[in-house]
Design a protein around this ligand. Structure first.
Ligand code: SF4
Length: 474
């Protein structure tokens, strides 16, 4: 039996990362300068599904449109290569859903194989789909929970299914893709590869796509299983890993055990993790630093109390995160704080407060505008309150555009305020990055910073004018 799994092509002019946003995927516009960028990695659920199918005795091929730089025609050509498939699976993502469904229909017309769709975007959107043509199946659940039964032609459940025992998963089928495609100059040791050790999060933040797609029940691999996979990734030549868990630090005990085992290994890796920072402490952070964690990505969200309240974030947790960020700096762990703009209480002043707070912190920042993901509480609230309406274009969910308004700002004002904040924080990031530079690279960096700051001036002026106008009209 032959299974071919397709990671569909990117929409022209956009970069798609199908693993991000809880597996719903992101799709951001790419500038001309970024055209030669490395492809994004294939999503882990596709690689796990391939490995499970292999365990079932199925021969599997991955048609990886990003790594192989294929367009739709290229995918059809690759699928036509012998041997002919019995099954073709297509991994859909939310922002590219229309294109992915279009590709699925073309594949269905051209091939005799059974065609199926999978991916968390199914859960978020299936109720809104136009009717799929006869003969395209849909896996309703994490593909790893269903693929074996599907290939055995068993009856598929209608309810969304999750993998309960993550320890039972085989290692993702990295051996079926060309790892060098995702690494600078083809050096696998220089590429950053993904690892997933847990799913779900009980915290239930209203805007969180992970909570919607993976659920509130925290499922996790044992430290031993995690280490077995890391050892194997090391053997494949990987040296830089980024965890794709929604919140790696949910159990301090488990994280402590993983860090302990990592520091006992004879090899050293560069690791990055997305985690709450507030629940960690100095001893654990020291252990993480020793284990090779050089980067922590964490939600700071906002510096404004009302905005924090909107998304049910605790101000004290923010204060603890800030304290821990200083410890990280001492230990040489870089902290990247995610900031979310566009909460219901967002105003020009709240945007300024967030910028003022985070500019001075010993962290780098990554900004985003609230995306009202379907199925999340924030998404539902923004539709109900009239702050967002879906226009039938899934590209809207790419994760970069301004889709909503707030109680105090129109969509246009929010967009302007966001652009100002984004640039202010980019300037702050550049400044922080220059702190350890010397000589020529410091000079070059300062020159770049000066040019960027100049280009920022008109936006800064527009922001201040809009703010004054807003205050006058209140
Ligand atoms: S803590 Fe993080 S992963 Fe968990 S629900 Fe909140 S935003 Fe999502």
């Amino acid at each position: 039996m032959i299974l071919k799994l397709v990671n569909p092509p990117e929409v022209r002019g956009f970069s798609s990362d199908r693993d991000k946003a809880g597996g719903l995927g992101t799709m951001v516009p790419v500038g001309k300068l970024e055209r030669g960028r490395l492809p994004n990695l294939p999503p882990l659920d596709l690689l796990y599904s391939a490995a499970i199918a292999e365990r079932e005795g199925v021969r599997v091929e991955i048609v990886e449109a990003l790594g192989e730089k294929l367009n739709g025609e290229g995918v059809l050509r690759r699928l036509s290569e012998p041997p002919p498939p019995d099954f073709i699976g297509i991994r859909v993502s939310l922002p590219s859903l229309s294109e992915d469904l279009g590709l699925a229909m073309m594949i269905r017309k051209k091939f005799e194989a059974k065609v199926f769709l999978f991916g968390n975007a199914v859960k978020a959107t299936e109720k809104d789909w136009p009717l799929l043509p006869e003969g395209i199946d849909v896996l309703r659940g994490e593909a790893e929970a269903l693929i074996a039964s599907y290939l055995r032609n068993e009856r598929m459940p209608k309810e969304w299914q999750l993998v309960e025992d993550l320890d039972s998963l085989p290692f993702p089928a990295w051996h079926l893709v060309a790892l060098q495609d995702y690494a600078p100059k083809g050096r696998i040791s220089q590429g950053v590869f993904n690892l997933s050790t847990s799913r779900g999060c009980p915290k239930g933040c209203p805007m969180c796509p992970y909570f919607h797609t993976q659920g509130s029940h925290w499922r996790f691999q044992s430290p031993e299983r995690v280490m077995n996979e890391i050892d194997w990734l090391y053997q494949l030549g990987m040296r830089r890993l980024q965890t794709r868990d929604p919140n790696l630090g949910l159990s301090r005990k488990r994280l402590d055990a993983i860090a302990e085992k990592l520091s006992q290994r004879s090899y050293r890796l560069h690791l990055a993790a997305e985690t709450d920072l507030e629940s960690l402490d100095r001893p654990l952070l020291e252990k993480l630093a020793r284990a090779g964690f050089g980067r922590i990505l964490t939600g700071i969200e906002s510096g404004d109390p009302d905005c924090l309240r909107d998304i049910e974030q605790d101000k004290r947790a923010l204060e603890r995160s800030i304290e821990n960020a200083s410890i990280c700096r001492e230990l040489g762990i870089e902290v990247v704080g995610f900031l979310l703009f566009g909460n219901p209480s967002e105003s020009f002043e709240s945007v300024e407060r967030t910028v003022a707070l985070t500019r001075e912190l010993p962290i780098l920042t990554a900004t985003s505008l609230m995306t009202p993901y379907p199925g999340t509480r924030s998404g539902e609230e923004s539709v109900k309150s009239g702050r967002f309406s879906f226009q039938g274009d899934y590209h809207q969910y790419g994760g970069k555009g301004c889709l909503i308004s707030s109680r105090h700002l129109s969509g246009k004002e929010l967009s302007l305020a966001y652009r100002w904040a984004e640039e202010e924080l980019k300037i702050a990031n550049r400044r922080k990055a220059l702190e350890n530079k010397k000589g020529w690279s410091l000079f070059r960096g300062n020159l770049g910073l000066f040019a960027f700051s100049l280009l920022h001036l008109p936006h800064s002026w527009r922001f201040q004018e809009a703010k004054k106008k807003g205050i006058r009209s209140r």
